[in-house]
Design a protein around this ligand. Sequence first.
Ligand SMILES: [Zn+2]
Length: 87
Amino acid sequence: MVPFFLRRAVNKYDRAEIKKLILTQLERLSPPCGPWEQLKMARLETALMRIDCEKFGACFKCEKSISLERLRINPEAVICSACLEAE
Ligand SMILES: [Zn+2]
């Protein structure tokens, strides 16, 4: 039984969409000319490595699903907006 908060987790179509977004963002950042670009690129690359993991899209802190809207803007996000605000 999937916990209620993981039911709206990213599905395979969302994953495909996010994967494309990551690749587009990586392309745009290439070559990474400044420290911000380098950091963003490293984060996007790890997101690309994690994207096929079952837990992709789940918050590292509370394990609830990170909203798709948030992932579309920040595909490398590892915590949800609620946890981010609580920090
Ligand atoms: Zn959270």
